[in-house]
Design a protein around this ligand. Structure first.
Ligand code: UD1
Length: 421
């Protein structure tokens, strides 16, 4: 199995090119099932989760034509299956994103229940309830969600009890081909949801309230969408992670191909700690701090502080002066990185969903284990500031969502190698 070996305490300089957003790419790829004569997606990140979803679409019978490593054309004219099997869904929970489009266009599907994952129970009850409200008959048997809508889906009034990103995306895709109007109350407002709305809108689905928590979708009554092209928005979580690289080493670092508007909560928190943030149209630089102040952080839905940046800020908190308080509000078990950061010497105490990080603490290299995607990048951040060598194991988590991370880090001066156990 691959692992990363990192030597801490290096000087960095230069810039990092940010890839397309994994979490935007996945719903856009799933939406290809709504198109009868092809969807072209470019600026795709070259990461395992994207490959997994493309493999699933291919298994369903879609024609896939890769134009280069970052763009492809998907043709969902005819399918041979409408089933997402356990071996695919267990690799990537976001496979649930095919539920809405398959039901809307092909009127039936089977998707394995995702089950638990490292960061908590992560149920899909809200997706299921919403599809039922739109007229689907759903049974859960032998670990599979079996859904049917023999007469097609119909528009409905859906109020989400909790804000759910992929849940909102599933309903948007289902509603696009349903009969009549669907209202989504308490919808997610993440930029990735907005991009999906924009693609649907460009393809002939009228949507009101894009970017707000109330969406109204005028369905096309089963009429599939016509050919379209879309370029994936920049990855705000990858960008935020590299902002933390500059921050933890207290060096200017420039990121290219970003949308600074999507990074406001992260930039604000870095400014509160003491760093400067300079932005141009699609470029952003983090500037060094005179002193690192401890901070308080609460994760929430967009435009609040993203849960996907919580672990990276915990690594940064180890280098801040004083006690930082980090509260995780979205996922009940998203603190698996705490014990690994402690192995590097971090002083962190944990009570329920609140972590207190006591800084500034010198870190020392050690062997650590990646536990989930974002936890892995927190360990990289800690490793690059630690004394000596750190070996990070189980980095397949990292490969799910960060494109060529060691290449990008090596280019700015980090001493990092990918090795095999
Ligand atoms: C998406 C992102 C993930 C991010 C998360 C929160 C993708 C592919 N993944 O995940 O990176 O961390 O948003 O910003 O876009 N919930 C339920 N029932 C449901 C659905 C969700 O209780 O049916 C709960 C979840 O357990 C969680 C909260 O709602 O506590 C938010 O989860 P959700 O927004 O659905 O996360 P994902 O869409 O899976």
């Amino acid at each position: 199995m691959d692992y990363l070996k990192i030597l801490g305490g290096q000087n960095i300089q230069g810039s990092v090119l940010i890839s397309g957003a994994k979490n935007a790419a996945l719903p856009l790829l799933a939406s290809s099932l709504l198109f009868e004569d092809g969807l072209e997606v470019s600026n795709l990140p070259d990461v395992v989760d994207v490959k997994t979803l493309v493999r699933l679409l291919e298994y369903l019978g879609c024609g896939i034509l890769w134009k280069d490593a970052h763009s492809l054309r998907i043709d969902a004219k005819k399918l041979v299956h409408t089933k997402a099997t356990y071996d695919i869904v267990r690799k990537m929970r976001a496979s649930i994103l095919i539920l809405g489009p398959l039901l809307a266009r092909f009127r039936k599907c089977e998707v394995s229940l995702p089950g638990g994952c490292a960061i908590g129970a992560r149920p899909v009850d809200l997706h299921i309830k919403a599809m039922e409200k739109m007229g689907a008959e759903i049974t859960i048997e032998n670990g599979y969600i079996t859904a049917k809508a023999p007469n097609g889906l119909r528009g409905a009034h859906i109020t989400f009890d909790k804000i759910t990103v992929t849940g909102t995306e599933n309903v948007l895709m289902a509603a696009g081909l349903a009969k009549g109007k669907t209202q989504i109350i308490n919808a997610a407002k993440e930029p990735e949801v907005v991009q999906l709305c924009e693609l649907l809108q460009q393809s002939g689905v009228e949507i009101e309230g894009i970017g707000t928590d109330t969406l109204v979708v005028h369905g096309r009554d089963g009429e599939a969408l016509k050919s379209q092209k879309i370029s994936v928005i920049p990855d705000r979580i990858e960008a935020g992670t590299y902002m933390c690289v500059g921050a933890i080493l207290n060096t200017k670092l420039t990121l290219k191909n970003v949308d600074p508007r999507h990074l406001e909560s992260v930039s604000d928190k870095l400014e509160e700690i003491g760093f400067g943030v300079e932005t141009l149209d699609n470029e952003l630089s983090i500037l060094p701090a005179k002193k690192y102040n401890a901070f308080e952080l609460v994760t929430s839905e967009y435009p609040g502080f993203p849960t996907d940046m919580q672990a990276q800020f915990m690594a940064l908190a180890t280098q801040c002066e004083g006690t930082s308080i980090i509260e995780e509000r979205l996922f009940e078990n998203r603190f698996m990185h705490v014990s690994e950061l402690q192995r590097l010497g971090a002083h962190i105490s944990l009570k329920g969903n609140i972590a207190q990080v006591y800084g500034q603490t010198p870190l020392n290299g050690a062997d650590v284990m990646a536990t989930d995607l974002r936890a892995s990048s927190a360990l990289i951040l800690a490793a690059i500031v630690a004394k000596g060598y750190t070996q990070i194991h189980r980095i397949y988590h990292l490969d799910r969502g960060y494109e060529k991370i060691e290449e990008k880090l090596r280019k700015i001066g980090i001493k990092i190698e990918r090795l095999k156990d």
